[in-house]
Design a protein around this ligand. Structure first.
Ligand SMILES: *[C@@H]1O[C@H](CO)[C@@H](O)[C@H](O)[C@H]1NC(C)=O
Ligand SMILES: *[C@@H]1O[C@H](CO)[C@@H](O)[C@H](O)[C@H]1NC(C)=O
Ligand SMILES: *[C@@H]1O[C@H](CO)[C@@H](O)[C@H](O)[C@H]1NC(C)=O
Ligand SMILES: *[C@@H]1O[C@H](CO)[C@@H](O)[C@H](O)[C@H]1NC(C)=O
Length: 395
């Protein structure tokens, strides 16, 4: 039985805890993992910082530059502190922080809730206060807290482990954003708001578009597989504790432009954090323009912080998906995805969309089509190409 004490503790935590960082909109940035795995160094990070600024990505909102696993040495130093691999990062983490801050960006780092992380570098278990204080002293602004060691040790719930780091970050003397990574195990949508500002809801993404139909408990999730899982999870999305659909694969692998737009549309309208996972120095112009689409980013960063929801009554399994959600100023965003194998004219009955009325006249903005139509009423007939998502904003 789930003990009364446990329930009471959770209730008290819910009342008493206010995160120091508000995270009112999903975080945006870049992370080294999807492209570089552990093979990055100071020059990779500096080049990326330069490019985030010069390509306009920073101004579009991508402000966190996050070093994932691989920044560390295999051993802690003589005072027990985690230390960087000085071959990769000769100026240490403070050197990178200074560079990144100099570009108007913020620095993210990676650790783990176990004794070791996934690649057997030292995790933070038992050293949370020391590690949080170390990150603060280095000028770190963001922590991605993984759970490899915790998962395999399986001695305590991830909630218990992450709570220790939450407390350590709070007393570290610096505002450090906390992004949790435990692949959606143990139903984080019920508790992650108490211990972090975002949490992963699935296994790791891969740069494959199609719905594999398979569960992906730790790795290998395609774009459509993650979208499918969000059908049930969008209702848990909330301000300050964002369900994280994982880092973007836009610009990686061989997704078509339409597939990349679909990927971005769903991450944005489901209020996932938007963390670029590509090598920015090799981003194709069309991928860059997807990532910089101002209207899509505005949907993601909308002040309501409300995720859209799947509408089964308007969707046809494996053929079309219709989703909708509320935006600020009384607007409604509708996504229509063609999951079939031929171009389709998909009729969307407005009366069946929460927030819209059959009798009202709307102005409809087609975000990717970059056009607006006035006086729309009753039913919209949307022509959607294979793998395409039409994003329509009703006002
Ligand atoms: C440190 O970085 C160098 C250069 O990339 C690499 O060869 C070495 O394996 C790294 N050490 C550890 C412990 O990861
Ligand atoms: C795209 O990549 C996937 C996964 O690596 C591969 O199975 C597929 O054949 C590739 N498609 C093309 C057109 O290159
Ligand atoms: C297209 O989809 C239909 C309906 O799901 C299916 O019957 C048909 O075999 C598919 N055609 C191709 C070429 O994949
Ligand atoms: C929607 O468009 C298709 C294809 O152009 C057409 O066959 C259908 O009648 C249209 N439906 C409505 C309600 O206009």
């Amino acid at each position: 039985m789930r003990s009364l004490a446990h329930t009471v503790t959770l209730a008290l935590l819910r009342v008493g805890l206010v995160h120091s960082l508000s995270a009112q909109t999903p975080q945006m940035g870049w992370n080294s993992w999807n492209t570089f795995k552990t093979n990055f160094d100071q020059s990779t990070l500096q080049t990326t910082a330069d490019l985030l600024a010069s390509t306009g990505l920073k101004d579009a909102g991508y402000t966190y530059l996050i070093m994932d696993e691989g920044w560390q040495d295999l051993e802690r130093d003589s005072s027990g502190r985690q230390q960087p691999n000085l071959t990769k990062l000769p100026d240490g983490v403070p050197g990178i922080a200074k560079y990144v801050h100099g570009k108007g960006l913020k620095l993210g780092i990676y650790s783990d809730a176990g004794i070791y992380d996934c690649g057997f570098y030292p995790g933070s278990y038992g050293n949370e206060e020391l590690d949080a204080a170390t990150y603060a002293s280095w000028g770190v602004d963001y922590l991605k807290d993984d759970n490899c060691g915790g998962f395999y040790a399986n001695t305590e719930s991830p909630y218990t482990r992450f709570a220790v780091m939450r407390d350590a970050l709070k007393t570290s003397g610096r505002e450090i954003f906390c992004s949790l990574c435990q692949w959606g195990h143990q139903f984080p949508w019920y508790w992650a708001d108490l211990v972090g500002q975002s949490y992963r809801m699935s296994g790791d993404i891969t740069s494959i578009y199609s719905d594999t139909g398979k569960d992906c408990p730790v790795t290998g999730c395609s774009v459509l597989t993650i979208i499918r899982k969000m059908r049930e999870l969008s209702r848990f999305q909330k301000k300050g504790a964002w369900a994280d659909m994982d880092m973007l694969e836009i610009g990686n692998g061989n997704m078509t432009l339409r597939q990349q737009q679909t990927h971005f549309s769903f991450w944005a309208a489901l209020k996932s954090p938007l963390i670029i996972g590509a090598d920015v120095s090799k981003l194709a112009a069309d991928s860059l323009s997807v990532l910089k689409n101002e209207e899509m980013i505005a949907v993601n960063q909308d002040s309501e912080g409300e995720a859209m929801h799947y509408l089964p009554e308007l969707s046809v399994e494996k053929q079309s998906q219709v989703w909708a959600g509320a935006l600020s100023r009384g607007r409604t965003v509708v996504l229509v995805l063609n999951e079939g194998n031929v171009t389709s004219a998909i009729e969307v009955e407005l009366a069946k969309i929460p927030g819209l009325n059959a009798w009202k006249l709307y102005q409809v903005r087609d975000v990717w089509g970059v056009k607006s139509v006035r006086n729309i009423k009753g039913v919209v007939n949307v022509t959607v190409e294979v793998d395409e998502t039409k994003v329509l904003v009703f006002s």
